[in-house]
Write a protein that binds this ligand. Sequence first.
Ligand code: SAH
Length: 221
Amino acid sequence: MSEEPYFSAERQRMVDEQLLERDIVDPRVLDAMRMVPRHSFVPIEHRHLAYADGPLPIGRGQTISQPYIVALMTQLLELKRDDTVLEIGTGSGYQAAVLAYIAKEVHTVERYADLARLATRVLDGLGLSNVHVHMGDGSRGLVEFAPYAAIVVTAAAPSIPKPLLEQLAEGGRLVIPVGSRGGQILERWRRCGSEYDRDAITPVAFVPLRGQFGWDADDMC
Ligand code: SAH
């Protein structure tokens, strides 16, 4: 038996047991999570756990998030077909692939060249031509392609990076974990003119966002 039928069955079970049993209800998010092959983004030594209910190491001390957290953050973005989305923290590329399945264009920024290269290769291999991987300090956003209908930060920030708020389109949503290095609150911000509404969603634990508007790199070893 080839790998794919096995992984595909595991993936459907992941959606049924980890997402539908919780509070994931957006049909576009559920569809994307049923389609995107998470195992392709997981290092070979952890691939048998690709559809388990938790995060996994992807190298460089970084992790691919728990499937439920990927689904929750995507649902909170309230994506529409025509949206251009910015992700900070490409990592494996999995979250970017889920976004690409739903939205029009996805720009994703990673600070490690080797992770960015590997993610690009996997995304290209899947034919996801609407994802664009960029190298750099994503705590500053990505001003070239702004404004964005949605921005998601998949690393923990000590406070809200101001450039990200500035790069949101009118009505745009920003989903970001904010707090200390040990634990954060997932927040959703929404732009209304020059004002922003903020909702606190749930406690989470992410790897740190580094860079100018994250934790200083020297402080982070
Ligand atoms: N979304 C990823 C998981 C991200 S882990 C996935 O689906 O696999 C967090 C990632 O954020 C790591 O790869 C880390 O290198 C990256 N990161 C941390 N600070 C960053 C910054 N300032 N700019 C860009 N990427 C950053």
